[in-house]
Structures are given as C-alpha cells and as structure tokens.
Write a protein that binds this ligand. Structure first.
Ligand code: SER
Length: 579
C-alpha cells in the first residue's frame, strides 16, 4: 500500500464516520506566535479544542504537514524525521474514549478499510495517574475489548500526558506501539516493554489524547468546558509498517532517494544519506510555505537544515547533480497532494545558500585548523557547532558542548538587548505629522506583503515627524520595480480614500482575523486592532496597534520611499516620507 493510499484511506475512514476533512494548514502557524512551526495536527485547532465552535462541526480529520526539530540529532536513526505528515482525527466535545480507541484499532488492523496491521504486534500504553488526573482505567477497559490485558502498560505523565507546550489544551493519552522485529517479540513484561521502546524494537505509531484539561505556564489548572479527542499518527511510520519495512527510509517516499544517494556517492554512509533525504524534504516543504533562510526563527532552522544537508552531501562525496534529482523526486512524489512544492523555491534558495555556506566553510575550516574555539567559530565565522563537533569527532577532539551552549546563551542575551536598542522604535510623538506617517506605515507593511509575499513581517519601527522607518523580514534587496509597485499601491490606497477604524476585541479573535502583530510582543486578553478597509468591507491592512491614526487615508498626501537597505541578515529597512 503506498503512502498516498494510506493518507486517502485514513481520510476516507474518518469521513465515513462523520468527520469533516480539513486541508493541511501551512507549516508556519498563522496566529500562534508561541511556536515556529506546526508540530502536530492539533496546532491549528487550539481555539476549537478550547471551546470555540468550529465552522465544520465537531468531528474533523486531516493530514497535517509538521516540522519538529527538537530531536534533530536523532535524525539518521530508523524512525526520527524533521518533517512528517500527521494523520489525525478530532472530536470537539463529541465522541470520547470508546469511539476514539475503537476507530484507532480498526484503522490499524482492518484489511478492508485500514492498514491491515497484525494486532498481535500491538502494544498499548495508558496514563498511570497523578495529582492532576486519575489512572485511566476507562481506557484500559475499552482496550481490553481489542488487545490482551498483558499488552497494556501504565506509564507516567512524562510518557502519557500530552500538551502542545506550556499553555493550552492537554490531557492523558493512550499510545499504540508496533513490534518491528522480524521474529516478533510476543508477550513482554512492563520492564521488557520499556526496554523495547528504548532500543526501538517497538515504535510508536499512534497517539490518542483525551484533551479534557488546560495547562497554563506549565501547570495543569483545571478542566476544559468540553471533552475532546486529539489523535495523531505519523504517515511515514505507518507507511513503513504497512509496507513491511523496518526503517522509515525504506518507505516509498524515501526509498528512491536512498537509492539515488547509494548509487551516486563515493563515500556512502547510511546515516549521512538518511540525513540528506530527510533534510532536503523538510527544506522543500519549508520553502514551499514561504520560509527563507535567515538568522532568526523559521529562517534559521531552514538555513541550518540546508547547510547540514549540503555538508552531508560533501561527506558522502555525492555527485553534484544529486541534490537536484532528489528535489525532483520529492516534487513529483508530493506535487498532487501539496501543489505548493512544485514552485522552484528550494532550488533557488539552495544555490544561494550553498554559495554562502561554501565561503563560511572555507573561512571557518581555516580557523578550526588553527585551533580556534567553537564559540568564536560560531559567532565570528558562522561555523555551525554541529560541524565543529563532527570535524572534532573525526580528529578525536572532544567539543565541550555544555560550555558552548552556555556561552551562546549569554551571547544571545546580549545581542537581544542590542537588537532591542537598535530597533528601539515606536512613535517619537503624537503630532499630526507623526500620526499621518504612522497610518502610512500600516499601508506600507500591507503593500510589502502584497508585493513581496505574505511571509514579510515587521521587525521594528521608528516614526518621527520627518519620516517613517520600518524594519521587516525579507532576505534580499528589493528591485526598483518592486519599490515602485509598493509606492504605487500605497498611493492608490491614499487617493481612493479608505476608512481607518479602531476595534477592540479579544486577543484570540484578533489572532484569528490574522491581524499583524509586533514581533516578540506579548498582548493582553483584549486588544485594539486598526483596520483599513475598502468599500467592499475587505481589510487592506489589519494590525494589533494602540494608535494614534488618522481617520481617512486621503489625509496622508503623497507617499515616497527614500531608502531601502539591509540592517541585519534577513532584515531590510525602508525609510519613507509623505509630501
Ligand atoms: N497531538 C498529539 C501528538 O502530537 C496527538 O496528535 O502526539
């Protein structure tokens, strides 16, 4: 069964049971500044798990693109990936444990409608109970209808309590594991089961979370108004099992890539090849969702992933055309389901990054040979610590990672303070002129997003009576045509004359509206949003903002960009005036 069939089977299985089908959201969360990427299918659904009604009802199903880089060091083993698709079904205060467990079991084992996996290879874990919630005997009773009781294990919150972070919906879960050994493990005692999980002879394939609680600042504070179900199953892992393989890189999305690497590398190692296969796929999906390499946030992760892939290709002594062939494979493999990957973004980005990285490596390598310490290598030469570690390993030099991490933390703290000062911004005063420029600033950001892409966001601002200044995320110099188009758009919004309205609303609502937020800012529960609307009531611009602003854009005059320049890697600055 191909992974594509499995994805479809999953969606069909739950659609048949009354679930509305959701398309995958972008990897970059739209309204959740607390995470860089969607790391689970539930992430875009948080407001609905918290009680807000979902427009499509109380039963939902999706295959969601996810990126998790927390265990990037594990990539290269048989099961960890930085990008994966999570198959998930949700009950928003609808069905609960009975149906969730029954359907998980049915989908995993049914030959007609599901994966046809062997029930004798299944092991189940459930929550053992603590001060927050009781031992989940209910789940055990339900599971006993499907698996022998001695294959059900109680584990603590560390294993069987799931939350997306320190804040939000959470609850006890029950997880399904599958035996991947050729001979089969048979019955296992509790200790044997824990050991099997540690060494990876059983692999987690599905998690049913009974989301009934809420966490704030890391502590469970009480029950939610509704009992939800949030499930997640990794498509790559279940594909590996349904295809009778024992490592994800033998599943159909990766097998041709591994074959290419094996064939075209002079110095083939399985681990490095797996890292390349994983990282190039992740890079493709990230660029397809508009992420560009930079030194911050999502862009930093992308840069790190690309550079690591490039380095591994070097270690493999792979044919230089191989990266492009791998990208071709992924585009062909995923293009039908995720048409966004067909854009040529990654190839362009890779070329630029490879060149930059090449320079960094040459300079860094020289310093490394001289014995320069890892911290200086990283901060002065942009030489990634992972690479220092790997080079060190090859030469028998042990890198003190703990010391490095501490130095980096102190360094980042300092640069954060520096950055705050550099970007120290806001309005110099509330005079008429400054207020006009403030409204023009909102129009400018909206125009930049229209012309350069929705991934452009404000990183700083400074407005005086004379001029406005905006710092924004974007990775290259703007062309003259782009600048002219931005000016034209802003001036057209000024001459058409649009109303500028201030609205007060709950923060959650403003986030769902997609109102632009200030980078890194924390907002209260009720916020003020400035919306500039056209006559059809469509928002040209919406931003979390305290004001002040003019009431009509016609009051602004003629807008002109005076200067466009770089201020930091991945950050541009525009100075503009009104006449
Ligand atoms: N949110 C849960 C997880 O990621 C179930 O999907 O494991």
């Amino acid at each position: 069964m191909t992974s594509s069939e499995i994805r479809q089977r999953f969606i069909d299985f739950f659609a048949k049971r009354g679930h509305a089908v959701l398309p995958s959201a972008s990897l970059v969360p739209k309204n959740d500044p607390s995470v860089l990427f969607n790391t689970a299918g539930m992430q875009p659904l948080v407001p609905y798990l918290m009680g807000q009604p979902h427009p499509l009802g109380t039963r939902l199903v999706s295959a969601q693109k996810c990126v998790r880089t927390g265990d990037i060091e594990e990539v290269g083993n048989h099961k960890n990936l930085t990008f994966f698709e999570m198959l998930g079904n949700w009950s928003l205060g609808d069905y609960f444990k009975e149906d969730a467990i029954k359907w998980s079991f049915e989908f995993l084992t049914s030959k007609e409608e599901g994966l046809g996996l062997d029930p004798k290879r299944l092991y189940i874990t459930v929550f053992e109970g603590d001060d927050n919630a009781p031992r989940d005997m209910e789940a055990v009773e339900i599971w006993k209808q499907y698996v022998p009781e001695n294959r059900i294990y109680f584990l603590p919150a560390k294993n069987n309590w799931w939350s997306p972070g320190d804040n939000g919906p959470c609850g006890p879960d029950t997880e399904m594991f599958y035996d991947v050994t050729p001979q089969g493990l048979g019955d296992l005692t509790h200790e044997q089961y824990v050991a099997a999980d540690d060494i990876g002879t059983v692999v987690e394939i599905w998690n049913d979370v009974f989301m009934q609680y809420e966490k704030r600042d890391g502590a469970v504070i009480g029950k939610l108004a509704q009992k939800n179900v949030d499930t997640g199953s990794g498509l790559e892992r279940v594909s590996m099992l349904a295809q009778g393989k024992t490592n994800v890189y033998e599943a159909d999305m990766f097998a041709p890539v591994m074959a290419l690497l094996r064939q075209h590398s002079q110095n083939y190692t399985e681990r490095d090849a797996r890292i390349v296969a994983d990282h190039l796929r992740t890079a493709l999906f990230l660029t397809a969702d508009g992420v560009l390499p930079s030194n911050k946030d999502q862009g930093y992760i992308l840069r790190r992933i690309i550079r690591r892939a490039v380095l591994k290709l070097k270690f493999l002594q792979a044919d230089p055309i191989i990266a492009s062939q791998i990208i071709d494979h992924y585009i062909a493999f995923y293009g039908d389901v995720y048409p966004e990957v067909a854009q040529e973004g990654l190839r362009m980005v890779m070329k630029v990054e490879e060149e930059k990285f090449e320079k960094t490596l040459i300079a860094g390598l020289k310093e490394f040979e001289k014995g320069i310490d890892p911290f200086t290598l990283a901060t002065t030469y942009g030489f990634p610590i992972e690479i220092t570690e790997e080079l060190g390993l090859e030469r028998g030099i042990l890198v003190n990672r703990k010391m490095f991490d501490e130095q980096m933390k102190a360094h980042q703290e300092l640069s954060r303070k520096g950055a705050e000062q550099k970007f120290k911004g806001g309005l110099a005063d509330t005079s008429e002129k400054t207020t006009r420029l403030h409204t023009a600033h909102h129009l400018l950001l909206a125009a930049l997003q229209k012309v350069l892409g929705p991934e452009v966001h404000q990183r700083g601002s400074n407005i005086t009576e004379e001029r406005l200044r905006i710092d924004f995320s974007f990775d290259r110099k703007m062309t003259d045509e782009e600048k002219t188009e931005v000016e034209r758009l802003v001036n057209s919004w000024i001459t058409t004359d649009h109303k500028v309205c201030r609205r007060e609303m709950p923060r959650i609502e403003a986030e769902q509206l997609g109102a632009e937020m200030e980078f890194g800012a924390k907002y209260p529960d009720v916020v003020s949003v400035y919306v500039i609307e056209n006559d059809q009531g469509e928002a040209i611009s919406k931003e979390f903002c305290g004001g002040p602003h003019v009431e009509h854009t016609a009051e602004l005059g003629t807008f002109k960009i005076q200067k466009e320049e770089a201020v930091a890697a991945g950050i541009r600055r525009i100075k503009a005036t009104l006449a």
